[in-house]
Structure formats: C-alpha cells, structure tokens
Design a protein around this ligand. Structure first.
Ligand code: ARG
Length: 445
C-alpha cells in the first residue's frame, strides 16, 4: 500500500533521484547497515536469525555492487533505498527489518561522514607524498640561485630550494586542515532517527565503535541537520586547490621560452594540433583552471545550507555532488603536481643568469650604506638615484655605484653575497635553508 494515488511525475523523479551520484556511497552504506543490524540483534530488537539473514544478504549485495552486477532500478530513489530493496529481494522478510530504528536522515549523514573521513585520510596520504617530493626536489637544487619576484618583477634572489620549500609549508598547513576535518567527523550521527531519536533502546556506542567513530553525537536534531564537516572538507580542499593553482602558474611561467627555468617531462606535456613545435604545460594550466570549481563548490554548499530551517530538508541532498567533485578534482590535482615536480628538469644557467641582474642588489646596496652609518630611509633614496642614473645613462648599476661610492662597494654586486647575506631565521642563506630542510625532514618523520 502507498499513501499516494498517483505515480511520480517523471520530471520530478529525474529531479529527485540521487542514485547517479550517491551510488559511490555504497561501501559506507553496507558497512553501516552491518553495524546497525548487529546492534539491533545485540539489543534483541531483531532476532539472531534475522541478523544472520541480513548479514548474508548484505554480503551478496556487496558482491553485486563490487563486480558491477547490482541490478539498479529506474525507481530506486537513492543508494540507501536501492541497497535495502535488493537486500529484501535476496533474503525476504528479514531484509525489511534492517531499517528498524533508523531513518534515511541519520543514515545518509552517517554515510557522508564516513565518506568525508575516508577522503580526508586519502588526501592526507597524497599530500604527505607530495611533501616528500617537494623536499627531495628542494634538496637536489639546494644552492641554485633563482630570482625571487614581487609583482612578477625581479626582487631579490633566493635559492630554488628555498622557493620550493614554500610549497612544503603550504602543504603542511593543508594537511593540518584535513586533519581538522577528521576531528569534525569523530562523532556518529546514526541513532538520531528522522530527527527526534528512535523508539528503541539502541546502543549507539556499539555502532560507533564498529564504524570507527570516537563517540556519538549529543543531539538528534543537530545530527541530521549538520553538514559542517562537508563544509570543512570543502574549505580544506579549496585552500589546497588554491595553493596548487599558484604552483601551476609558476610552472607555466618557468616552463615558458621567455623564462626557460624548467622543462616539463613529456609525460606531463601535450602538443598542438597545428603547431608541431609546441610543448604545452596543460597539466600546470589545469592546476590553475580547476581550482575555482573547488571553491565554487564550497560557496554552493554554503548557499544550500544558508537559512535552511532545521532539520533535514531535501536541499541537503545537494551536498553530495559538490563534495564529490571537489574531492575528485583535488585528488587529480595533487597527483599532477607531484608528477610534474618529480619529473621536471630545472635549468641552472637560465635561473642563475636571471638572478644576477644587478638591479636585484638594490636592497643589499642600501644595507651596505646602512652599515656605513646612513639611516635606511636615506640610503634607499641614494640607491634609487643610482638606479635611475644607471638606467638613464645606459650604464650598469655597479659602474655608477663604484664611481660614486668607491671600490669597496663592488663586493655588493657578487650574486653569492646577496644570497648568503640573508642570514635571518627563515631566510635564504644556505645555512638557514639547511636548517629548514632539517625542520621539514623532522615533520615527515
Ligand atoms: N538521498 C537523500 C539525501 O541524499 C537521502 C535522505 C532522504 N531523506 C528523506 N527524508 N527524504 O539527502
């Protein structure tokens, strides 16, 4: 019997179904159902023979889902309904007892918490691998000078190792954000029922333990309304994607003929359909291009939840595609970043030549005057004038400087001195970069 006298309009069905995307939740749904059934039997809410039938049936359902033979039906509204429908087809009446003391509202958020945790753990693993690669590439290019830029204008030279290690620390903060997501999924929502709790004396802690949660949520209304951890994961993903977009942009620049600082492996480049000479950094461009869809998903889920009255509303079904696409996108991006970095070839000569532009020594020249007793602001003015004279007269900065300040100013124009003078903690002097590498290695251990 049904409460309804008319079948669903096909357009409504198409709008309402989530099966095309939520079927990927099945491993969590099946695991959750096993734990829930065991608890129901332990509390004598269902019989032991029911439990035996349900567990055997879930094994069969799982096998079908795994090998792709699961018979999905047009009218399966979502993965939860599909699994229960199929279970009941296989084992008969006991299948109908599985949903005792459970609602799809607490079921779906439990699956989603498990998915979120699983994704965060996998991405933490990927980021740890990326960090290792960044560290190795930095180590391998320890004393290679590179211009550091502000406004994309040559600013001050740094070692390539130092520049690359910036990505190590960005990735380290990313990992911390994903760890915080794990904390946000630590409590089991299952047992909240539709919203008010259930009419059985269930053992939520037993289910929590079996499913790897640290405890249970304190409030059933909050449990089925909460999507915080989805927002948290989207935030962690957004920041991570944004970081990778900056790496992508730097690779695009560095791999260009104009910079010539690096060559990407053929495995991470593509050709042009018309220009035979082209070797394009598509993967790096896609690190740039894919980031905005990740934070757009974050913005979209904020929009879905914005002003939504408690508790469950069907709007919340819209959480999944945003989360799934963001996770998939970031996983691909991290793999690409790692792959490009570990196979790229850097060009010492080109980087070093760009980093020996004398103009890059302007701060060092000002500091040279400071050491001689000139206040910094005044020294800044003197050097600005020397730079202008050099540019206007078509002479080198060193020339103009030595003529005006004497021979001992010449030492300021040695590239190695600009790098090795940056001795402050966290600076680019080699001793400081070595310290940093030690610090980074300790983080990995
Ligand atoms: N497919 C639904 C979702 O993803 C599952 C929960 C449905 N609950 C309900 N009361 N209609 O949100």
């Amino acid at each position: 019997m049904s409460r309804f006298s008319l079948p669903q309009d096909p357009a409504f069905q198409a709008m309402n179904t989530s099966l095309s995307f939520d079927r990927r939740l099945w491993p969590f749904d099946v695991a959750q159902s096993r734990a829930h059934a065991r608890m129901l039997a332990a509390r004598s809410i269902i019989g032991d023979d029911d439990l035996t039938a349900i567990l055997a049936g879930l094994d069969a359902v799982e096998a079908e889902l795994r090998d792709g033979s699961f018979p999905f039906r047009e009218d399966d509204e979502d993965i939860h309904m599909a699994v229960e429908r199929r279970l009941t087809e296989i084992v008969g009446a006991p299948g109908g007892k599985l949903h005792t003391g459970r609602s799809r509202n607490d079921q779906v958020i439990t699956d989603l918490a498990m998915f979120t945790r699983d994704s965060a753990e996998r991405i933490i693993g990927q980021l740890e691998a990326l960090r290792r690669v960044v560290l190795e590439v930095a180590q391998a290019h320890l004393d290679w000078p590179l211009p550091g830029y502000t406004h994309l204008q040559r600013a001050q030279p740094v070692y390539l190792s130092h520049h690359l290690l910036a990505y190590f620390w960005m990735t380290t903060r990313d990992i911390a954000r994903f760890r915080a997501v794990l904390d946000a999924t630590a409590e089991l929502p299952l047992g909240a029922g539709a919203l008010a709790g259930v009419n059985f004396d269930t053992d939520r802690r037993m289910v929590a333990t079996e499913l790897g949660f640290d405890g249970v949520t304190a409030n059933s209304v909050d449990s089925v309304s909460n999507r915080d951890f989805a927002l948290d994961l989207l935030h962690a993903l957004s920041v991570c994607a944004t970081h990778l977009s900056r790496l992508g942009q730097e690779i695009v620049l560095w791999a260009s003929t104009e910079f010539g600082f690096m060559t990407l492996s053929d495995a991470w480049s593509s050709g042009s359909s018309i220009m035979p000479q082209k070797k394009n950094p598509d993967a790096a461009e896609l690190l740039r291009g894919k980031a905005p869809r990740v934070w757009a998903h974050q913005a979209a889920l904020h929009g879905v939840i914005h002003a939504l009255p408690l508790t469950y509303n069907k709007d919340l079904q819209e959480d999944k595609e945003h989360l799934f696409d963001a996770v998939d996108t970031v996983e691909i991006c991290i793999a690409a970043a790692q792959g490009m970095l570990e196979t790229a070839e850097f060009h010492r000569e080109a980087m070093s030549a760009a980093a020996s532009d004398q103009m890059i020594a302007a701060v060092d020249l000002a500091d040279f005057l400071v050491v001689r007793g000139t206040p910094f602001r005044e020294a800044h003015g003197v050097v600005a004038r020397l730079v202008r004279e050099a540019v206007e007269q078509g002479r080198t900065l060193a020339d103009v400087t030595v003529a005006e300040l004497g021979d001992d100013a010449a030492s300021v124009f040695e590239q190695s001195s600009w790098l090795e003078s940056k001795v402050s903690e966290g600076g680019t002097a080699l001793a400081r970069v070595r310290e940093q590498l030690d610090l980074a290695r300790a983080q990995l251990a």
